[in-house]
Design a protein around this ligand. Structure first.
Ligand SMILES: Nc1ncnc2c1ncn2[C@@H]1O[C@H](COP(=O)(O)OP(=O)(O)O)[C@@H](O)[C@H]1O
Ligand SMILES: Nc1ccn([C@@H]2O[C@H](COP(=O)(O)O)[C@@H](O)[C@H]2O)c(=O)n1
Length: 202
């Protein structure tokens, strides 16, 4: 199994890059795990309190479960990947059966900050987009898809997202093997990653 980690700040385009990579690859050969599925269970808090959580700190992620799931997949076992609700700011009761594939992609803002997970990646990729680009994309997405209003997102960006990015996410770039510039759609970089994956699949 080839395990690829794809990190980068919020809104840099990780999900988009992953979709571009897996698009056209044989179905059933490549699996995807999102770090978002592994946010800590916050069922003990009210929704109001959950919405105040710092979701950009490494401690917000259940890395223990994510590590265990990656080990299971590497050992050929299927896992039940938790399903996260951005609107509820919590894990749901649902899980998605996720089967081991020849290539597994793990994506998330914080995945290169954790030493144990880092060791499991054969290839570490960091997607870079400038902070103004990321902020614009984030504002649009939070308001349209994730149930936040403009003022909330701006104040969260200033108080949490930006400082956490500078303290944890940007420094984790140094662990990457490949940096993909993604201010604009980067089809060349996507094709290079695809060809690495294709070599593994033949
Ligand atoms: N290179 C790009 N140029 C312009 N918009 C982009 C680009 N990559 C992604 N986007 C858009 O930015 C938003 C965030 O992208 P997404 O892939 O969800 O980022 P991430 O998963 O890193 O948070 C989405 O609306 C997506 O369509
Ligand atoms: N309930 C939540 C949980 C997390 N977030 C934000 O998601 C960002 C990470 O996801 P990306 O797709 O952007 O990589 C992170 O910056 C959290 O602030 C959220 O908005 N709501």
């Amino acid at each position: 199994m080839l395990i690829i980690g794809i990190a980068g700040g919020t809104g840099c385009g990780k999900t988009t890059v992953v979709n571009q990579i897996i698009n056209e690859l044989p179905i059933g050969e490549v699996g995807v795990i999102s770090q978002d599925s592994y946010y800590n269970d916050l069922s003990h808090l009210t929704l109001q309190d959950r919405r105040k959580t710092n979701f950009d700190h490494p401690n917000s992620i259940d890395f223990e479960l994510l590590t265990q799931h990656l080990k299971d997949l590497r050992d050929g076992k299927s896992i039940q990947q938790p399903v996260y609700s951005f609107l509820e700011c919590n894990r749901t009761d649902e899980t998605v059966p996720t089967h081991p594939r020849k290539v597994m992609i793990v994506e998330g803002i914080l995945i290169l900050t954790n030493p144990e997970i880092r060791k499991m990646f054969d290839i570490k990729i960091f997607v870079h987009a400038d902070s103004d680009e990321r902020l614009i994309r984030r504002l649009k997405r939070d308001v349209n898809e994730r149930g936040w209003d403009l003022d909330e997102t701006i104040s969260k960006y200033q108080s949490i997202i930006k400082p956490m990015h500078e303290e944890f996410i940007e420094p984790s770039k140094e662990y990457s093997d490949i940096i993909i510039p993604n201010n604009k759609y980067n089809t060349v970089a996507v094709e290079i990653v695809k060809s690495i994956i294709n070599e593994k699949l033949v």
